[in-house]
Design a protein around this ligand. Structure first.
Ligand code: FES
Length: 312
């Protein structure tokens, strides 16, 4: 990223003023903003000044500051912040701004800069021999998905290869830059995948519902042959009181099966009754068998009694 400073005094013009057409446009632009908010027109006015002179001069910054009743330093801050504003003379036919941020760098931005060095000048901001071309490295221009890319004036050229950038530079050099279509330079629509959409390609078929108000003759006949769900239920009987629903046909058979299973099972009371003591069982007071569970579950106190003063 280059340091953004105003051009040297030798190239700075003494004064700046909009031409007649741009003066009308500037007044109309300023009137778009609410009373007291005219300073919001600072970026459009600076951009118009750049389009008139080819770059933003110190005189233009002072002119815009006076026009919008702003401190000069505030306009200078805006002009030096955005790389869209050129602070020194650039190529009259193209100034190539190569994105050098990580995604573009990973996708070949260094090779694009080599093309610029080879075709324009070794150093950024230096004009070519004819004064028609210049280049610089800039930060991310927001088209990372189509990296690597360059900006030329207000247009972005994306998905570039060194060969394609050479062709673009040649076209601008020949004054035919307008013939190059901005955007992706490969088979890609905006930021869609290369070669076309990859997802949501299935053909969507309409889902048939029962709400068709105009069924075919076959559908109507088939619908007429299906008995209604409440066929056989006495009239004036609510579905929840229908005896067929309350006592399904399988209920008696299921009840008989449950009764048989209950006979085979020992009763719950027999299970819970304690077994009588036999002569061979453990005598009272005798040590329990290993693994036997004692009935005395009271926890024993393990904390030692602390000795108080005077006790031995
Ligand atoms: S990194 Fe190059 S456009 Fe974002």
């Amino acid at each position: 990223m280059s340091v953004r400073r105003l051009a040297e005094d030798q190239v700075q013009p003494a004064i700046f003023a909009f031409n007649d057409e741009n003066s009308v446009w500037a007044e109309a632009t300023i009137r778009k903003y609410p009373a007291g908010r005219q300073q919001s027109a600072v970026i459009p006015l600076l951009m118009r000044a750049q389009e008139q002179d080819g770059w933003v001069t110190r005189a233009a910054i002072e002119f815009v500051a006076n026009k919008l009743d702003m401190p000069y330093i505030r306009v200078l801050e805006v002009a030096t912040f955005y790389t869209q504003f050129q602070l020194k003379p650039v190529g009259t036919r193209a100034h190539i701004q190569v994105c050098g941020t990580t995604p573009c760098m990973l996708r070949g931005a260094e090779d694009l800069m080599k093309v610029c060095q080879h075709k324009i000048h070794h150093d950024p901001f230096a004009l070519n021999a004819e004064g028609t071309l210049s280049w610089e490295e800039v930060e991310c221009q927001g088209a990372c998905v189509n990296a690597p890319m360059v900006i030329i004036f207000k247009d972005a050229y994306e998905d570039l290869t060194p060969q394609r950038l050479e062709e673009i530079i040649d076209a601008f050099e020949a004054g035919k830059g307008h013939e190059i279509k901005p955007g992706p330079q490969i088979d890609r629509i905006f930021s869609a995948p290369e070669g076309g959409p990859q997802t949501l390609n299935d053909e969507i078929k309409p889902v048939r519902t029962n709400l068709d108000p105009h069924p075919s003759a076959e559908e109507a006949a088939a619908a007429a042959s299906i008995p209604p769900a409440d066929a056989g239920r006495p009239k004036d009987t609510a579905p929840e009181t229908d005896p067929k629903l309350k006592t399904p046909a399988t209920a008696p058979a299921a009840a008989a099966a449950n009764a048989k299973a209950a006979e085979k099972q020992p009763s719950a009371t027999a299970k819970s009754k304690p077994a009588p003591k036999t002569p061979g069982s453990a005598a009272e007071g005798a040590p329990p068998e290993p693994g036997a569970v004692s009935g005395d579950l009271k926890p024993k106190r393990t904390r030692r009694k602390t000795t108080t003063e005077g006790e031995s």
